[in-house]
Design a protein around this ligand. Structure first.
Ligand code: GRF
Length: 203
């Protein structure tokens, strides 16, 4: 079977991208990284992609008049590289309708909370301020809402009484680095079946 081609969209550090890449390199995921796209020229994820000799490009919002043109440029690059699965890994922008519809069922995101709790920015701080005893992380298909798409995998992480947003984020991040590669692997093995809001995982 041909390998699944991934297109990674990331705005920053890129540790989830790195975790997925390492599983690919270890032969645990039958995929190739076709292209890494960042909307920030200084993003560490671009350095990680360069270090791994992978194609990478920066596409900045300010290069375009409208959000639609910006997203059309991203979509064009993903098509040029024949991407099968779009992996949002810390991509700090909400994608619009045209883009989401074009790739629906083929875009995943990771969120550092147990959705639908604490969507949006600063999810770890939200969990602490709410007084939650448990948070976690969620991998979901992307729809047009903010962190509202069909849930693929979730894992709980305890919120400790003395947690700061940073300590909780670090504990969740360890789980993210296991969970995101697992979700990508399930997709690559054609084991994810999207039925309305539900994602069934085939044996
Ligand atoms: C992660 O916490 C992820 O859940 C959130 O943004 C962060 C990205 O981290 N969406 P990294 O860039 O993958 O290190």
């Amino acid at each position: 079977m041909p390998k699944t081609v991934l297109g990674v969209l990331a705005s920053g550090r890129g540790s989830n991208f790195q975790a997925i890449l390492e599983k690919i390199q270890a032969g645990r995921i039958e995929a190739t990284v076709g292209i890494v796209i960042s909307d920030r020229s200084a993003a560490n994820v671009l350095k990680l992609a360069a270090a791994a000799n992978l194609p990478h490009v920066c596409i900045e919002r300010r290069q375009f008049t409208t959000k639609e043109d910006f997203e059309a440029a991203i979509a064009q690059v993903l098509s040029d590289y024949k991407v099968d699965l779009v992996v949002l890994a810390g991509f700090m922008r909400l994608l619009g309708t045209t883009f989401v519809r074009r790739f629906y069922g083929r875009i995943m995101n990771i969120h550092p909370a147990l959705l639908p709790a604490f969507p949006g920015a600063d999810a770890q701080r939200q969990a602490i301020e709410y007084g939650a005893k448990v948070s976690g992380c969620t991998i979901h298909f992307v729809d047009e809402g903010m962190d509202t798409g069909p849930i693929i995998l979730q894992q709980a992480v305890a919120v400790e009484p003395d947690d700061s947003p940073e300590t909780l984020a670090a504990r969740i991040l360890n789980v993210e680095h296991e969970l995101y590669p697992r979700a990508v692997r399930l997709f690559c093995e054609n084991k994810l079946q999207l039925e309305g809001r539900r994602v069934k995982i085939r044996d």
